[in-house]
Every structure is written in structure tokens, then in C-alpha cells.
Design a protein around this ligand. Structure first.
Ligand code: UD1
Ligand code: MG
Length: 450
């Protein structure tokens, strides 16, 4: 049986209080919508349709970047979830199979849950995903009669008795495409919000003698994000799971609850992560590395045996080879640091390559930007860059070369040469004493006069 995904992502998300469409708010640095798309991908959908509305262009761009075969349906006016699904009709023209409706704001779905829904679909015409809510709050309630689901009642429209039900609607459903669109055609908007509610298909299906059931999963999977509070809670759920998975894999997290991970963070076993480390998107850390406290990493690769931080910043394109050392207050961007090289203190290395076993002294800066363009710095192997060297790119320092402390390098340095570019020092005997005497008597005169 083939499957199509319809992901609803048109809503404004009024309670987010945001200019950004709700489904683009990130959890673990990945937009909620992308989490939903990745969850749905386990069904190997023949088609995926994203229903967009608020911020349609931005939403479509993110969806296409994740999967360029994604189809976009636009819901001009947000008249409710049933109306939203109806917008996918033309994109699903000629599709014969099951439609699985996901919400773009329900990002934690697990693969086996979708598989259970599909399995239940084989025995029923319509399957709804429900969950036992600890605090049912504003969720729609599932009114069951044995195994049969009779109807779903929205919180706003529910009686006190119905509000006492804790089995809630996740919003997800599975149904044959033709049947689903026929049911949606019959949904009206005579309710507290004046909206076309997708959950109303349940009651209509029952009236038509179709079999409807609910599959339940844990609440964590169906966490719907409607506010910043929900967003923070969803992120916390993700972080707790991701940290537990890393610990399980053999990664040491000295203070797990202070390490912030991205959805795609990869860390090898026996790596030690000290407290208060933030991982942005696109980070891979190999086995046996150490990321010391208060470091911030994104879009970078850290090899075996490297030590990073404390207080280091690795920006996109930072590529650290084995046994490198990146110390405190060092920023690396778009730069390859070869095996055993050290950048230990207070440096900026950007658009550069540093050869094996080279040592970059404290306060060194690659001056990569001239205000208009970026330029590269190439440093060879076994180079010693003296403290406070300014490398004005484009520039190359050859193998086994040295730069003197405080040098401003504006010309290439050939291998094995020493580059010195600073004013010559002159010592004036006795001058310090004279100067002090002069200044002290000046101050004494001024204090008397005051
Ligand atoms: C919905 C369900 C509720 C369920 C809850 C779970 C309805 C009527 N209610 O309520 O039973 O417990 O989700 O989280 O379905 N959307 C559109 N177009 C629209 C309206 C919504 O695309 O016209 C999208 C939203 O972007 C969102 C999803 O549908 O991704 C759900 O909409 P939302 O407004 O969050 O519904 P809830 O009030 O949470
Ligand atoms: Mg919602």
C-alpha cells in the first residue's frame, strides 16, 4: 500500500507571539517542520505535501531544502485543519493509497508509532493517533466506545464531562485518500471557533458506517507546540533524550543537563564533554576528544585526541585534525588545523590552513577581511608564529618558518625564514627616573594650587 504525507503548516501560531511562522521555530536547532518531515520519512511516502499559509514562502523554502520533491499547497485563509487538508487535494491528484496527516507543530513522533497507525489502518477505515495527557489542557478529547472512536470534541466545545477525558487528540490520522477527501467535504464549521475541524471526520465516518479507531502513544511524542512555553518544553524533551543517547553510546558528559545539543550532533565514544558546552548544527566530534567547559561549536569537525577549550569557539568550516589543541578564547572559522598543531590562547584563525605541528602564539590574528573581500592565510608545517602576530591575508608562511612577536606579516615568508616586522627597540638609560620625577613634581604643583 502506498502512502502520502500531508503535513499541516499553515497556522499562524498566534500564541507564539512571533513574526516567524510557528513551524519554523527550531527545536535543537532544526525547524519543527523538518522534525515532522523526518519522522514521516520512515513511511517512505510516495508524495509529501506541505500545506502552507502564514509565511508560505519561508516555509516552502525550508521544506524544499530538506527534500526537493516536496509539494507545496497553499491555504490562503486558515479556515481550520480540515480545510487545510482539503488544500492538498490537487497535489494528490491520481494518488491511490493512504494519506497520513501530520502536524508541522508536532515534531517528536517516533517511527514505530506511524507504523502502528498504518497497521491499524489495515483493519479500520480511519485511524486517529491519541495519547494520555497528564494535563489535557486545550487538546481535543477522544470520546471512545470500546475500541471504536465515536468522535473528537475540541476543548472549547466540550462539556465538563468531556473535559474530564484524558485521552487526547494528537491531530494525526491515517485514511485512504478518496475516503478522507469525501469525509472532509462533509465537515462544517458550526463550532466555537467557526473553523473546519479535521477531527470532525471521525463522527462523520461513524455516521457513514465506517470503522474508526484510535492508536495511543506516549504524550512526549505528540507534544504539540503552541507557545514559547511549549517550545521550551519540547526542546527540553529533545535534549534529555539526546543526552541519554550519548551517555548510552559511551560519551562522558560531566554535567549532562548543561550540554546543549543539536538534532544532528554526532559524538564518538570516550569523548569527554565538560560542563556548559553548546553544539550548533553540523558538528561531528570523533572518539577520544575533549571539549572543555564553555565552548561553542557549529558546522565543524573535531578529530580523535583533540582538546578544545575551555572558552573556545569553532565556527563553520573549522576542521581539526588529530591531537590538535585549541585553547581559551580562540575562534576558528573555515580553517583546517593539521595534526598536532596548537592554537592555545586568544587567537582568531579564519579562512586559513595551519600545517602539522605548527604553534600559533597567543593573540595571533589572521586579518582575513579587507572590508570588502575575504582572503586566505596559509601556514606550513612546524611553523612558530610568535605572539601577537597579525597575518594580513592573502599571505603564506612556509614550512619551518618563524615570525617574531608583534610582527605584522604583509609579505609571504619563505620556508625556514624568520619574519620580523616591528619598530626597533631603543633603551634610554636613566630616562624612566627623569620622567617619573618630572611627572611627580608636576602633580605636586597642581595639588598645591587646588
Ligand atoms: C489541534 C486539534 C486538537 C488536537 C491538537 C493537538 C483541530 C481542530 N484540533 O488543535 O484536537 O488536540 O491539534 O496538537 O484540529 N493548521 C493549518 N491550517 C489551519 C489551521 C491549522 O495548516 O487552517 C495547522 C497548524 O499550522 C498546525 C496544525 O494545523 O500545524 C494544528 O493547528 P493548531 O491551530 O495548532 O490546532 P490546535 O488548536 O493545537
Ligand atoms: Mg496546535
Amino acid at each position: 500500500m502506498s502512502t502520502a504525507l500531508v503535513i499541516l503548516a499553515a497556522g499562524k501560531g498566534t500564541r507564539m507571539n512571533s513574526d516567524i511562522p510557528k513551524v519554523l521555530h527550531p527545536i535543537a536547532q532544526v525547524p519543527m517542520l523538518v522534525h515532522a518531515m523526518r519522522a514521516g520519512a520512515v513511511l517512505s511516502p510516495e508524495r509529501t505535501v506541505i500545506v502552507t499559509g502564514h509565511g508560505a514562502e519561508a516555509v516552502a523554502k525550508v521544506a524544499k531544502a530538506e527534500d526537493d520533491s516536496t509539494q507545496i499547497a497553499v491555504q490562503e485563509e486558515q479556515l481550520g485543519t480540515a480545510h487545510a487538508v482539503a488544500q492538498a487535494r490537487s497535489a494528490l491528484e491520481g494518488f491511490d493509497g493512504d494519506v497520513v496527516v501530520l502536524y508541522g507543530d508536532t515534531p517528536f513522533l517516533q517511527p514505530d508509532t506511524l507504523e502502528r497507525m498504518i497497521a491499524a489502518r489495515a483493519e479500520n477505515d480511519l485511524v486517529i493517533l491519541g495519547f494520555e495527557a497528564a494535563d489535557p489542557a486545550r487538546y481535543g478529547r477522544l470520546v471512545m466506545n470500546g475500541n471504536a472512536l465515536e468522535r473528537i470534541v475540541e476543548f472549547k466545545d466540550a462539556t465538563d464531562e468531556e473535559r474530564a477525558i484524558t485521552l487526547c487528540n494528537s491531530g494525526l490520522l491515517a485514511c485512504d485518500a478518496k475516503t478522507l477527501f469525501a469525509l472532509i467535504d462533509a465537515v462544517g464549521n458550526d463550532n466555537a471557533s467557526g473553523e473546519y475541524y479535521l477531527p470532525d471526520v471521525v463522527e462523520i465516518a461513524g455516521d457513514r458506517g465506517l470503522s474508526v479507531t484510535a492508536v495511543a502513544c506516549d504524550e512526549a511524542q505528540t507534544l504539540g507546540v503552541n507557545s514559547r512555553v511549549d517550545l521550551a518544553a519540547a526542546d527540553a524533551v529533545f535534549q534529555a533524550r539526546a543526552r541519554a543517547a550519548l551517555l548510552e553510546l559511551g560519551v562522558t558528559l560531566m554535567a549532562p543537563e548543561t550540554v546543549y545539543l543539536a538534532a544532528d550532533t554526532i559524538i564518538g565514544r570516550d569523548t569527554v564533554i565538560e560542563p556548559n558546552v553548546v553544539f550548533g548544527p553540523g558538528v561531528t566530534v570523533e572518539s577520544g576528544a575533549t571539549i572543555r567547559a564553555f565552548s561553542h561549536l557549529e558546522g565543524c569537525h573535531v578529530s580523535r585526541g583533540a582538546i578544545v577549550g575551555p572558552y573556545a569557539r569553532l565556527r563553520p568550516g573549522a576542521e581539526l585534525s588529530e591531537n590538535t589543541r585549541i585553547g581559551n578564547f580562540v575562534e576558528i572559522k573555515n580553517a583546517a588545523i593539521a595534526e598536532g598543531a596548537k592554537v592555545n590562547h586568544l587567537s582568531y584563525v579564519g579562512d586559513a590552513s595551519v600545517g602539522a605541528a605548527s604553534n600559533i602564539g597567543a593573540g595571533t590574528i589572521t586579518c582575513n577581511y579587507d572590508g570588502v573581500m575575504k582572503h586566505r592565510t596559509t601556514i606550513g608545517e612546524n611553523v612558530f608564529i610568535g605572539s601577537n602576530t597579525m597575518l594580513v591575508a592573502p599571505v603564506t608562511v612556509g614550512d619551518n618558518a618563524m615570525t617574531a612577536t608583534g610582527t605584522v606579516v604583509t609579505k609571504d615568508v619563505e620556508p625556514e625564514a624568520l619574519a620580523v616586522a616591528r619598530a626597533k627597540q631603543e633603551n634610554k638609560p636613566g630616562y624612566a627616573r627623569k620622567l617619573f620625577d618630572m611627572l611627580k613634581s608636576k602633580k605636586a604643583r597642581r595639588d598645591k594650587g587646588a
